[in-house]
Structures are given as structure tokens and as C-alpha cells.
Design a protein around this ligand. Structure first.
Ligand code: GDP
Ligand code: MN
Length: 378
């Protein structure tokens, strides 16, 4: 889960990393008021969970409270890379001397963390990294040792940052560890004309596996869960794991492993998956009915393969779900069903009794995949 800049800013503050004074508003009139409280001149910043706001026109300086209101009106509602701006942050402007880039990121391949830092931070960091990688220092951080004062000084020196930046580097590591973050990034970390080190932007990604103990962030208006393919959003709203692909066979299975191997077997039979939906372990009839509804709503689907190995999930419940779905959706595409495992015989009997002309049962996974591929590509 990514945090908004204003949330990252609050975190940084709590760890003793200096940030400009700021306020978050969702209405232009409140922007005027907040700007007055902040001293008049403010930077107005779109709050969306994506980078590149500056280049997209989502970060603008306003000279006084009236200008802040006008600027907020322009930025609120703006679309930045598919993210609608519902809120803006107003921050006290800073006289920037230097802009640095600093981040800690989990390096899965190396099995460790990496500090990435550059004295050439700011909006063009991607270009710097691409054209002059030597300007970006990449230093492994042993998670057991962490970023001590010595380590922070080492990172700062390697990146060409001033020694005063080391303190922020050390504190940023504390953020990563204590907040269960997979990424913390500050771009830019600035040295002001007055010589102060300040975090002017912040990106923090909390490990989703730790969200249960980092629950205070909650869900906010443009959280990613309401974005993406409309069917993915609809499926998520029903608690289903649906992923859109670009082939022609709709796939429903229970459990990530079974679903992944079903994709492979279908591909092995010369067809391409149009999507897949994991109804999970312990799936009920209702979940199956909802799942079929989602899969059949995808116009690319030419045949559906339901592949269920009953463990906790009982095949008769899955079959009931299919029967239930057949009552509410008008089936126009062939459905190939393979039920095995827990209560498979009962499940098969239920589908046999329903005897829908477009529903076929095949007892093996390979056979079912072959049949679905054949129906989808004929
Ligand atoms: P991003 O484009 O989404 O990464 O948004 P940032 O928060 O990094 O802002 C983009 C750029 O705006 C920064 O790199 C700064 O150059 C500039 N900026 C942001 N806040 C201030 C500020 O308070 N004063 C000045 N002069 N520039 C700022
Ligand atoms: Mn930035």
C-alpha cells in the first residue's frame, strides 16, 4: 500500500525529519484559508499516489491566498496518470539550494536492502539514472545492522551529499523499519539557501502483509483499489481476485497455485487466457456465482473453464454456485467444468441434474483445458 505524500510527510515529522509546514484540503475555499494560516505564499501540491506530479502541472507556486484558491481549483479534479486529484496539500515554500534523491528499497534479488542516493535529485532523477548511472549511488544495507551514523555518513559520501544530510538518512531508515515499509523515498531532499535539510516530497510503500498492524492509514478517496480495469474493480468490491488478460478463455479456479497451472495448461493447449479469477479456499456457492458473473461480463471470453480441486472448498458448493449463476445470468458461452477432490461426485451429480446445454463436465484438468481451448478457438 502506497501512502499519500501528506501521510509520508506526517510520518517523517514523527521521526524527526524536517518538513515544511503544510495543510491538506479538498476544496478551493479551504485552500485560501489554509494559505492565510501558512503565511500567504504556498506551494499547492496534488495528492495522488503517483509520481511526476510536478511535470503534470500538479505542483504549483501561489503568491498569496487568493492565488492559492485559484490554483487549488485548477489542480483539484485534475487527472494525473489516471489518478483523479481529490485533495491538495498546501506547503510553505522553500528556497532551494540543492535537490537530492534518497531512498531505501528492498532488493529482492540480492536478499537485502539498498540505499539509493544522488546529489542530482529532483524531477529529472529518472533521466539522470538512465543517462549517468554513476551519479546515483547504490549501497547495500544489511537489515540486521541497519543505517547507523557511520553507515549514513558512508551513503551520503558515496552519493556526494553534504554530511548534514546523514541525519535524515539515518532517520529515514527508522521509518522503513518501524513502519513496515518496503520503500521510502524522498525526492527531493533539499538543502535550503539557509542551509537546512528538508524533505520536500515523500513516497512510502507499506508492506501489504503488515497492513493489519499499520491499520491507521485506512482507505482514502483515490486509493488504488478503486482504479484499474472496471471488471477488476467490480470483482475486488465483491472480494474476488480477478485479473484481466488478453486471450479468449475465461478461467476460474480455487487457490493461486491451481489457477496459475490452469493458465499454463490452457496455453499448452493452444489457447490464451482472457482473464482469471481465484475464488480462493473455502469458496461458497455465492462466491462461485459472483465469480461466473464477473468472468462472463468480459466480452473477450469465448469459453469458460472452471477448474476446482475441492479441499476446504466442497465441489457440491461450487456446483450449487454454478447452478445459482445459471439462474441469474443468461449463459451464451460454453462452460467447461472440472470438479475433483472434496465431494466431487456430489458436485458432478448436481451439474448433471441441471443439464444445461452449454455446460460440459470433463474429469481431468488436462482434458478440461483441451476442451475449453478447443471451444474458444474454433
Ligand atoms: P513530484 O513531481 O510528484 O515528484 O512532486 P514533488 O513534490 O517532488 O515536486 C516537484 C518539484 O517541485 C520538486 O522537485 C521541487 O523542485 C519543486 N518544489 C516542491 N516544493 C517546493 C518548494 O517549496 N519550493 C520550491 N522552490 N520548489 C518546490
Ligand atoms: Mn518528487
Amino acid at each position: 500500500m502506497d501512502l499519500y505524500e501528506h501521510q509520508a510527510r506526517e510520518l517523517f515529522k514523527g521521526y524527526g525529519i524536517a518538513v515544511p509546514d503544510a495543510a491538506v484540503v479538498d476544496h478551493p475555499r479551504e485552500a485560501r484559508h489554509a494559505a492565510e494560516l501558512l503565511g500567504g505564499r504556498v506551494v499547492v501540491k496534488a495528492q495522488v499516489k503517483t509520481g511526476g506530479r510536478g511535470k503534470a502541472g500538479g505542483v504549483k507556486l501561489a503568491a498569496d491566498p487568493a492565488a492559492a484558491e485559484i490554483t487549488a481549483r485548477q489542480i483539484l479534479g485534475m487527472d494525473i496518470k489516471g489518478h483523479t486529484v481529490h485533495r491538495v496539500m498546501l506547503a510553505q515554500p522553500v528556497d532551494i539550494q540543492d535537490e537530492f534523491y534518497v531512498s531505501y528499497v528492498l532488493d529482492r534479488a540480492a536478499g537485502t536492502f539498498l540505499a539509493i542516493a544522488s546529489a542530482e535529485g529532483g524531477m529529472d532523477i529518472e533521466e539522470v539514472a538512465a543517462t549517468r548511472p554513476e551519479a546515483v549511488a547504490r549501497i547495500p544495507v544489511d537489515p540486521a545492522e541497519g543505517v547507523t551514523e557511520t553507515k549514513a555518513a558512508e551513503i551520503a559520501a558515496a552519493a556526494g551529499l553534504p554530511p548534514e544530510a546523514a541525519d535524515a538518512l539515518r532517520r529515514l531508515w527508522q521509518v522503513l523499519v518501524r513502519e513496515d515499509a518496503l520503500l521510502v523515498e524522498v525526492n527531493p531532499l533539499v538543502r535550503t539557501v539557509q542551509g537546512t535539510i528538508l524533505a520536500l516530497d515523500g513516497k512510502v510503500t507499506i508492506d501489504d502483509n503488515a497492513v493489519f498492524r499499520q491499520a491507521r492509514w485506512g482507505e482514502t478517496p483515490d486509493a488504488p483499489s478503486t482504479e484499474g480495469d472496471p471488471l477488476e474493480v467490480a470483482a475486488r468490491a465483491r472480494g474476488l481476485n480477478y485479473v484481466k488478460l488478453d486471450g479468449e478463455v475465461g478461467i476460474i479456479g480455487n487457490g493461486a497455485g491451481l489457477v496459475m497451472s490452469t493458465l499454463d495448461v490452457v496455453a499448452g493447449r493452444g489457447a490464451r487466457p482472457a482473464n482469471f479469477l481465484d475464488i480462493g479456499g473455502g469458496a461458497s456457492a455465492q462466491v462461485m456465482a459472483d465469480g461466473l458473473d464477473v468472468i462472463l461480463s468480459d466480452p473477450d471470453v469465448r469459453a469458460v473453464l472452471v477448474n476446482v480441486f475441492g479441499g476446504i472448498t466442497a465441489c457440491d458448493a461450487v456446483a450449487e454456485g454454478i447452478v445459482q449463476a445459471l439462474a441469474s445470468v443468461h449463459l451464451t458461452k460454453p462452460l467447461v467444468v472440472r470438479l475433483d477432490g472434496n465431494n466431487a461426485a456430489r458436485g458432478r451429480a448436481i451439474l448433471d441434474a441441471r443439464a444445461h446445454p452449454l455446460v460440459e463436465q470433463v474429469t481431468t484438468m488436462d482434458g478440461a483445458a483441451a476442451r475449453a481451448a478447443q471451444l474458444a478457438t474454433r
